[in-house]
Design a protein around this ligand. Structure first.
Ligand code: PMP
Length: 393
């Protein structure tokens, strides 16, 4: 009994949430109709809250590549990358990612979470400093914790705050790594990478950019925010995941520092977990190929993003700072956000509900995300469902 006393607060929070919405605990995809539609609780529902930016999980070529990998290599590797879990397709994917991202070295990890955990717990240590954007993903925070590094946060995208901190901290002589995301997962806004690079260069720091939500989404060739901002050579460590625009599971870090390769021997989240399955690796490899040859996917994604952003803006919802495939709709009060979320579900639209502390500034968000696979008609249906719950915002 004593062991579980600490869960009392969690129990109470769950009860409060259940009071707002029973459905919150019952979101199960009973049937996948397509990349943008599923049966949820017996009702066909438009999915506007996934990370399926480019429709890759449903692409025939990705499915075929995954099936072929299973037929030829089995369902799992049953081992760590360090031991028996590195197959030739893992190595080929690392080479393909390096080529695609114009970096010399890439390590493929089992998830994006473990990519951040690996890099941040190994590249920096207790004598080093990480200055990170307050809105960074949990895996960045957790990696810092695992490595015991000194962590300082700057206010989200606030360059004056970053400038002040880096100036003060650089006086101590420790190595400094700045950690930011490309496109932020909750607000859908971009890190001001050029200014960050300017500060990094001025103070001799290193830079890690987590492009989890920007791979395949930003940049002329889909390489992410660093490509769009023209600062790829200034990014020391590019982190990413296969679980969003690539429609698979896995993660990577790419870098021009040859020391990245040493992580294969020193990083616990690389060494002590099984490698990604052949199917996941084959699907990610095919998706990268498709991103390289089909820029129109990105164009369609952005058309959909602009369409929904404009429609919601016309209705005077409070949104993120700019159109993006991630569109946060803000609610001041949690009960109203839940009521709106329930209302959207009843109108056949699923979005993510994000509550403090996961939401950035204490407000509740309904986080919409678009896919290149949404039709203009589906985007219009999403907008119409929002119109019905406008009185709650
Ligand atoms: N970084 C960011 C910014 C993310 O949003 C996520 C996933 N939510 C991850 C890392 C972790 O990726 P994965 O799902 O592959 O573990």
């Amino acid at each position: 009994m004593g062991l579980f006393n600490k869960f009392q607060k969690t129990r109470e929070s769950i009860e409060t949430l259940r009071h707002y919405s029973n459905s919150f605990f019952r979101i199960v995809i009973d049937e996948v109709i397509s990349g943008t539609e599923a049966v949820i609780n017996g009702r066909p529902t438009i999915l506007a809250g996934t990370n399926n930016y480019l429709g890759m999980p449903q692409r025939k070529e990705c499915i075929e590549a995954a099936c072929q990998a299973i037929m030829e290599q089995g369902t799992g590797t049953t081992g760590s990358r360090m031991a028996n879990g590195t197959y030739s397709i893992h190595v080929e994917l690392e080479q393909a990612m390096s080529r695609f991202l114009h970096k010399k070295h890439t390590i493929v990890f089992t998830t994006g979470y473990s990519a951040n955990l690996s890099v941040l717990s190994t590249v920096v240590g207790p004598k080093d400093i990480v200055i990170l954007d307050a809105d960074c993903h949990a895996s960045i925070y957790d990696g810092c914790r695992l490595g015991g590094v000194q962590v300082y946060r700057f206010r989200h995208n606030d360059m004056a705050d970053l400038g002040k901190r880096i100036e003060r901290l650089s006086k101590g002589g420790a190595n400094i790594l700045i950690a930011v995301e490309g496109l932020y997962s909750m607000l859908g806004d971009r890190a001001p990478l050029r200014e960050i690079v300017r500060l990094k260069t001025r103070y001799g720091a290193y830079l890690l950019v987590d492009e989890a939500h920007s791979l395949g989404v930003l940049g002329e060739k889909g390489r992410g925010l660093a490509e769009e901002a023209g600062v790829e050579d200034d990014v020391d460590f590019v982190i990413g995941t296969f679980s969003k625009s690539l429609g698979s599971v896995g993660g990577y870090c790419s870098s021009n520092h040859k020391e990245l390769e040493l992580l294969r021997f020193t990083s616990r989240p690389y060494v002590f977990t099984a490698s990604s399955s052949p199917a996941n690796i084959a699907a990610a490899r095919k998706a990268i190929e498709i991103i390289e040859r089909e820029p129109e996917l990105r164009r369609r994604l952005w058309e959909n993003a602009n369409q929904l952003f404009n429609r919601l803006q016309e209705m005077s919802f409070v949104l993120g700072p700019a159109p993006s495939p991630i569109i946060p709709v803000r609610f001041q009060e949690i009960p109203q956000a839940f009521e709106a979320w329930n209302g959207l579900l009843e109108n056949g639209v699923y979005v993510n509900i994000v509550l403090p502390p996961a939401s950035p500034d204490g407000t509740a968000l309904l986080r919409c995300s678009l896919s290149a696979s949404h039709s203009p008609d589906q985007v219009e249906k999403i907008a119409k469902a929002f119109k019905k719950i406008k009185h709650l915002a």
